[in-house]
Every structure is written in structure tokens, then in C-alpha cells.
Design a protein around this ligand. Structure first.
Ligand code: PLP
Length: 393
């Protein structure tokens, strides 16, 4: 029923089940970007003629929308970025040097692993990994032990695993971190497509968000920074639009968020991100959750009937992604055949090689749903999967 809001579904016969990679975009998001380029294309925060003012107003309106959306205290706490990857790199590069240890979970995406390695963190040099149980649940006992031994750490964990759909209890992660004088960055790449985040209630210090996984345009995201940390954060890049005063000897910078948004930003993208948030507000998380969980459960019950299927976790505290393999059949071969039958899923390591290695596998077949997927999508997937398995057995 929601598919009618998304032009992609009117133009494509593909059964789109790769929402953890990127979501489809509703018409208001697409229209808002076309409108910017066709009707008031101008740079922001510089000139003071009509179109430039309009572009600045709409850009800043997206910041206000996001501030309200995640219940940040102030708009200064919202910094637009290229996406989650850039947000984590920004923090890894500019903020965390004084923290001896960085703590991550074992379900992290490469974007929350590689930036730490590039800052010289590895298992012998301050990167600690919290393990998980047989159902991929975060091990809170191990986490607290690590915090106890390493107070004043920087914790960086994903909210929802892109590879397995497991939801981490962020409130508990934050409360424990704060008990041991540590701070928390949440990788929220997969969050807003599925669940509301209230940064004040959860008491997160940093939250990295991705527009393109939240029904918005690609190349845009945001970093929420709790006000008290802003003064300790250095800009990652500087240049045009970040400065207060420049002479040949020195420069002074503006306050947040402007000092963190160097150069011309993805103006159309930011405006589109704001439209995506408006769209979610219109549908409402209660509706999203209800329909999504129903289809996710149906998907799982149908997959469970497939002979020789191997799962790596149960579906408790999970949403979005469901990963599996079929005994003795290559996930790559299944992916190729599903594609030929018009089914879009992702096969491989899903940018989460460390957990794949821990599970002793190279990758999985990942079906990732969104609230616009329906029973018919699941039925077509299952039919195609059975056909593929017949061909490969
Ligand atoms: C959990 C997670 N973190 C980070 C990223 C990277 O996000 P972005 O594409 O916004 O840089 C992804 C994208 O797949 C992801 O799923």
C-alpha cells in the first residue's frame, strides 16, 4: 500500500529486498531535489538575493527538522555530513585521541572499524571488541568488564546490525558507558528507517545518521554531537563557509555547526533529507513498526520452511535484515539466480567481514525489508529461492 508513494515501484518490476544497502525514495523527496535545481538553485549562507535566501532557508529548515526528529536540544548539535562513514571518520580523526581505548561491538560495519584502524587502533593498541552470544546478542557482562578495566573510553557501536538485523540496547550501552566516565557514538545508519531515536532519552553523546538509508538522497547524512562535546571537537576540514575572519597569517572559525561544514554542501541532498523526515512523520513510526514487523515475521516463517537453511541468529530484537545460507550451496550462485528472476537481495559479507570470519563463513544471503515491502514480495522471493535451489541441487 505504501509503494504508491515511491516512483521506483511504478517503474521497476524488481522485488526490492535490499533496503539495508539503500532505501527507495518517496516522490516528495525526489521532487524537492528537482525543485531546488529547477527553481531556486543558488549557494547557501553566502549571497543575500532571493534564491540564495530560499536555498539557505530550506537547508536550515532540514537541520531544524532533524533536530526535532531526534529530539536534540539545539540546532548547533546537528552537523550535516556525506553520511555515516564521514561522520565516524570525522570523530575518529578529531575527537578521540585522548581516549586510550575505543570499544566497538562484534557486529560493526567496516565504516565503524576501519576508521579506528587508520587512527592506529588495533587489538593491541586500544581497540576492544565486545563479543556476542550464539544469537548475536551483545554481551553486556563482557562490556562492563572492559569498561571497568578501561574507564574513560570511547564507545562506538551500531544501533541495528546491517548484516543480521540485531538491535542493540543503546540505552543500556550508554548508561553503562557513562557509569565508567566513557562516551558513546551510535552508528545509526540503519536506525531511522525502522525506529525513533530520542538522543536525550537515550543519552547518546554522538549519533551518526545516513539519509540514503532513511528514504532520503544519497551522499548526505548527519552527525549529532551533544552540546558539551562541541567545544572539544576540532573541524575535520576547514575552508570556505567555516570562517569568522581570515588574514594571511591566521583564521578564526565560526561556531558549530558551520565550522564543521566546510565548502559548498550537498544542498539538494540536505533539502531532500528533510523531506524524507517529513515523509516518515506523515506515516508515523507506529505504522511503520506494525507493518514492518508483520512482514518480517512472515518472511522468517516462510524461510524457516526451506530445507537446509542455516540462520546465524534468532529474530528476537531484530528488524530489517535476515541473513542465511543454504547448506552446501554457494550464496553467490543463489544471488545470481535470484537476480535473474527479478529479486534484489545482497549476497556477500555486507561490509562486516570480522563477524563473518567469527562465524566461519564468507558471507550470507541477506534479505532486508522496509515498511513498504509486503507479503507478495516475500512470496515471490520464496518462489524464486525454491526454483534457484532446485536448479543448484
Ligand atoms: C551499520 C552501517 N554503518 C555504516 C554504514 C555506512 O553508511 P553511509 O553509506 O551513510 O556512509 C552502513 C551502510 O551500509 C551501515 O549499514
Amino acid at each position: 500500500m505504501f509503494k504508491r508513494d515511491f516512483p521506483y515501484f511504478a517503474n521497476s518490476k524488481t522485488v526490492y529486498l535490499d533496503n539495508a544497502a539503500t532505501t527507495q525514495k518517496p516522490k516528495n523527496v525526489i521532487d524537492s531535489q528537482i525543485e531546488y535545481y529547477e527553481k531556486y538553485c543558488a549557494n547557501t549562507h553566502r549571497s543575500s538575493y532571493g534564491d540564495a535566501n530560499m536555498a539557505t532557508r530550506k537547508y536550515e529548515n532540514s537541520r531544524e527538522l532533524l533536530k526535532e526528529f531526534i529530539n536534540a536540544k539545539k540546532s548547533e548539535e546537528i552537523i550535516f555530513t556525506k553520511g555515516v562513514t564521514e561522520a565516524i571518520n570525522m570523530i575518529a580523526d578529531t575527537f578521540t585521541r585522548d581516549y586510550k581505548s575505543v570499544i566497538i561491538s562484534s557486529l560493526e560495519h567496516h565504516s565503524n572499524i576501519v576508521p579506528w584502524h587508520m587512527q592506529g587502533r588495533d587489538l593491541t593498541n586500544g581497540l576492544k571488541v565486545v563479543g556476542c552470544d550464539n544469537n548475536l546478542n551483545f554481551d553486556f557482562e563482557e562490556y562492563e568488564n572492559i569498561l571497568k578495566k578501561n574507564p574513560n573510553s570511547f564507545v562506538s557501536v551500531t544501533h541495528i546490525s546491517n548484516a543480521f538485523g540485531k538491535i542493540h540496547d543503546i540505552k543500556r550501552v550508554c548508561d553503562l558507558a557513562h557509569k565508567y566516565e566513557s562516551v558513546v557514538l551510535v552508528d545509526g545508519a540503519q536506525s531511522l528507517a525502522h525506529a525513533k531515536i530520542d538522543v536525550q532519552k537515550l543519552d547518546v553523546d554522538f549519533l551518526a545518521l545516513s539519509s540514503h538509508k532513511t528514504f532520503g538522497p544519497t551522499g548526505v547524512g548527519a552527525l549529532y554531537v551533544k552540546e558539551k562535546h562541541l567545544e572539544n571537537m576540532k573541524p575535520y576540514q576547514t575552508g570556505g563557509a567555516t570562517i569568522n575572519e581570515v588574514d594571511f597569517n591566521s583564521s578564526t572559525l565560526l561556531n558549530s555547526p558551520y565550522k564543521f561544514e566546510a565548502g559548498t554542501q550537498n544542498i539538494a541532498g540536505v533539502i531532500g533529507f528533510g523531506e524524507a523526515l517529513k515523509y516518515i512523520n506523515r506515516i508515523g513510526y507506529e505504522n511503520i513498526k506494525t507493518v514492518e514487523k508483520d512482514v518480517y515475521n512472515y518472511l522468517n516463517s516462510e524461510l524457516e520452511k526451506i530445507p537446509n537453511i542455516i540462520f546465524y541468529n534468532d529474530t528476537k530484537d531484530c528488524i530489517g535484515s535476515r541473513s542465511f545460507n543454504i547448506k552446501n550451496i554457494s550464496h553467490d550462485d543463489i544471488g545470481i539466480l535470484l537476480d535473474k528472476m527479478g529479486i534484489a537481495v545482497r549476497v556477500g559479507h555486507h561490509c562486516a567481514q570480522p563477524i563473518m570470519k567469527k562465524l566461519g563463513i564468507k558471507g550470507t544471503i541477506r534479505v532486508s525489508t522496509s515498511f513498504y515491502n509486503d507479503y507478495e514480495d516475500v512470496n515471490r522471493l520464496i518462489k524464486a529461492l525454491k526454483k534457484a535451489l532446485d536448479m543448484l541441487s
